[in-house]
Design a protein around this ligand. Structure first.
Ligand code: ZN
Length: 274
C-alpha cells in the first residue's frame, strides 16, 4: 500500500469525552508515520506507546499523555492514511459527536497527498489470541475480515454481532457512536472518566431503553462502534493487518494486547530470517 498523508491542514475544536475540557486539534501533512504532539512532546501513535486502555486508548512519552485517540485513528484507518502530524492543545482528542464521522469527513475535505514509499501489510502465521475471562480476541491467518460480538443481557443493547470485510466504512462504521449504560455513569465519573459525555456525543442506555431522544443510527450501533474502536486501535500497528479477526466482549485493553502480540510475532519472524 502506498503511503499517504493529508494535502492541507485541518483544525478541529471540541471537548474531551473523559476529562470534559475544551481541546483544539490540528492535523498537518507529515511523512514520519502518524505522530501526535502535545506541548512540544512528540508521541508516535504506535502500539508500544500505548499507556492506558481504561475505556479509551491513550498514548504517552516523556511525561506527556494524549487520551482517546481511537476514533481519530479509526478515521485515519478509513482513509488508509499512514502519515500525519496531529498536534493537540489539551490532553484528549475531542469527542465531537462520539463517532469517527466528523474526523472522516474533515480528512476527506482536506484531500490526500501520496508519499513515496510503500507500507507492507502485516500478516499472521498462526492464530494469535488474548483473553480475559469471558472476553477474547484473536487473529488468524487469512484475508482481512473482522467479526465482533457484544452481549449486554437485559438491556436495549442485548446480543449484537457484526461482520466487516473492510468495505463500506463511511456508511456502515464511521457514524456509529460510543455508548454507555446509565447505571455505569456514576462509577465512571468517580474514576474521572466520561466527564464530557452527554447525549450529544454518546448513546446512553437505561435498561431496555435508549435515552437519546433521536434514538439510534443503526439498530446494532453499539457493536458497529466496537468495530470502529478496534480498527482505530489496530491502526497503531502502523500497517494494515491482513488477518481474520474475531472479538467477543473485548475492550481497548484486549485490542491493544492483541496488537502487542502481533508486534511480538512480527519481530520473531523477522528475527528468524537469515
Ligand atoms: Zn469508542
Amino acid at each position: 500500500m502506498r503511503r499517504r498523508t493529508i494535502a492541507h491542514e485541518i483544525l478541529l475544536q471540541g471537548v474531551g469525552l473523559h476529562r470534559g475540557t475544551p481541546v483544539e486539534l490540528c492535523l498537518r501533512p507529515g511523512e514520519g508515520g502518524i505522530v501526535f504532539s502535545r506541548g512540544g512532546v512528540r508521541i508516535p501513535a504506535r502500539t508500544e506507546h500505548v499507556v492506558d486502555t481504561r475505556l479509551n486508548t491513550a498514548i504517552g512519552a516523556d511525561g506527556a499523555v494524549i487520551s482517546t485517540i481511537e476514533h481519530l485513528m479509526s478515521a485515519l484507518w478509513g482513509h488508509c492514511l499512514t502519515d500525519c502530524e496531529v498536534e493537540i492543545r489539551g490532553d484528549e482528542i475531542p469527542v465531537l459527536d462520539g463517532s469517527a464521522r466528523p474526523f472522516f469527513l474533515a480528512i476527506r475535505e482536506a484531500g490526500f497527498a501520496e508519499l513515496s514509499g510503500e507500507v507492507d501489510p502485516l500478516t499472521v502465521h498462526q492464530t494469535l489470541r488474548v483473553e480475559d475471562g469471558p472476553s477474547w480476541i484473536e487473529a488468524r491467518p487469512g484475508r482481512f475480515s473482522l467479526t465482533y460480538e457484544i452481549d449486554f443481557p437485559g438491556t436495549a443493547i442485548g446480543l449484537q454481532r457484526f461482520s466487516f470485510d473492510g468495505s463500506g466504512y463511511e456508511a456502515e462504521i464511521a457514524p456509529a457512536r460510543t455508548f454507555g449504560l446509565l447505571r455505569d455513569v456514576e462509577a465512571m465519573h468517580a474514576q474521572g472518566l466520561a466527564l464530557g459525555g452527554s447525549l450529544d456525543n454518546a448513546v446512553v442506555v437505561d435498561g431496555e431503553k435508549v435515552v437519546n431522544p433521536e434514538g439510534l443510527r443503526f439498530p446494532d450501533e453499539c457493536v458497529r462502534h466496537k468495530v470502529l474502536d478496534l480498527l482505530g486501535d489496530l491502526w497503531t500497528l502502523g500497517a494494515p493487518l491482513c488477518a481474520e479477526i474475531s472479538a467477543v466482549r473485548a475492550s481497548h485493553k484486549l485490542h491493544i494486547a492483541l496488537a502487542k502480540k502481533i508486534c511480538g510475532a512480527q519481530t520473531r519472524v523477522r528475527g528468524g530470517r537469515p
